[in-house]
Design a protein around this ligand. Structure first.
Ligand SMILES: *[C@@H]1O[C@H](CO)[C@@H](O)[C@H](O)[C@H]1NC(C)=O
Ligand SMILES: *[C@@H]1O[C@H](CO)[C@@H](O)[C@H](O)[C@H]1NC(C)=O
Ligand SMILES: *[C@@H]1O[C@H](CO)[C@@H](O)[C@H](O)[C@H]1NC(C)=O
Length: 316
């Protein structure tokens, strides 16, 4: 049994290697505009951007790594068997690579950002609790939707901008689950999909489910706040207030951006530690190593003042 598993792994790794060789001959169009180099790498990083001069995600994150990270997602007890796959992730990422998703800052930062994003995804879609086989971190992408929603998540306060569609339910769906009409509405605008009338699209289409998650990672939740992406790669510069609030660029602050006080500023709570441990586990599996995450103060948001407070925030 163990022997078979190793052979298969070696084979897919080799296949990944040859795929990478083939990729390296892909055509990169380069142009210099006002002294800045801009590139286009075809479908995965399209449209003359400085970010497209760097490696693309599929150059350093390949099918076998996706399979390693989400090893249990198709096991019989999982809740979204057959839904998630590598191709839908890479296809969805193509939308945001020209804007810097997984393409910012050189190979180590690039790979760390993918691990960080997927760490959030894994933690939010895991069904591995406590003593589950392979450890709790082996069960990411077990879900693609909330199983027993107890409400419709329709907030009337947004009835002019994002009116709820009769009968539609805006319960948690996707890779970084979306909740509430206003979040479906905003994601739908960005992705040019009628998610307000068809929130179910997210649970029917893995590419869209990943796109909505990357949209959330790349978009500030409110004016004046950074996106999780900016907080992670360091394009966000903390203000004096941020510094006083212990918010520094790094993984810890991505949790603050995405979840506010439901995860951050609560001390060393499980909800936070689960997200961190997924990130660390994925860094190990991707061959980067958890030590590259940096010191504990970058990883945590236990003592940070939350950016947002749950009553009117978009957090899960
Ligand atoms: C591309 O990668 C290089 C290092 O290889 C890095 O210095 C540069 O900042 C990256 N480009 C962008 C736009 O992040
Ligand atoms: C899933 O969503 C993607 C991205 O919006 C779209 O390109 C694709 O056609 C959709 N697939 C199906 C089967 O509708
Ligand atoms: C900084 O924090 C203080 C006190 O909470 C607040 O009054 C002020 O508006 C904040 N400044 C900025 C730029 O957010």
């Amino acid at each position: 049994m163990a022997g078979i598993a190793i052979t298969i792994l070696a084979l897919t790794a080799a296949a990944g290697f040859w795929a990478a060789e083939a990729e390296s001959s892909k055509q990169i169009i380069e142009k210099t505009v006002k002294g800045q180099k801009l590139c286009d790498q075809g479908w995965e990083c399209k449209g003359l951007s400085k970010y497209c001069c760097n490696q693309t995600i599929s150059d350093f994150f390949q099918t076998y790594q996706f399979e390693d990270l989400f090893a249990k997602r198709n096991s019989p007890v999982a809740h979204a068997v057959g839904f998630w796959d590598y191709k839908s992730f890479i296809t969805s990422a193509a939308l945001y690579q020209p804007h810097g998703f997984g393409t910012t800052g050189g190979s180590e930062t690039q790979a760390k950002e993918v691990a960080a994003f997927l760490g959030h995804v894994g933690a939010k879609t895991s069904c591995g609790y406590g003593v589950a086989t392979g450890g709790p971190e082996a069960w990411g992408l077990c879900y693609n939707k909330e199983m027993s929603p107890d409400k419709d998540y329709c907030d009337d306060y947004f009835k002019y901008d994002y009116p709820c569609s009769p009968g539609a339910q805006y319960y948690g769906r996707g890779a970084l689950p979306l909740y509430w009409n206003y979040n479906y509405g905003a994601a739908g605008e960005a992705l040019k999909q009628d998610l307000l009338n068809h929130p179910e699209y997210i649970e029917q289409n893995a590419t869209l489910a990943f796109q909505a998650a990357i949209w959330r990672w790349m978009t500030p939740p409110k004016k004046g706040l950074p996106s999780a992406h900016d907080a992670f790669v360091g394009t966000w510069k903390p203000t004096k207030n941020d510094t006083l609030a212990k918010r520094i660029p790094g993984f810890g602050t991505t949790m603050n951006v995405l979840y506010g006080d439901s995860v951050c500023g609560q001390g060393d709570v499980d909800q936070m530690n689960t997200i961190i441990s997924h990130y660390q586990h994925y860094l190990d599996l991707m061959g980067i190593g958890r030590e590259k995450a940096g010191p504990h103060e970058l990883l945590t948001c236990a003592e940070q003042e939350p950016f947002t407070v749950a009553s009117k925030s978009s957090s899960s």
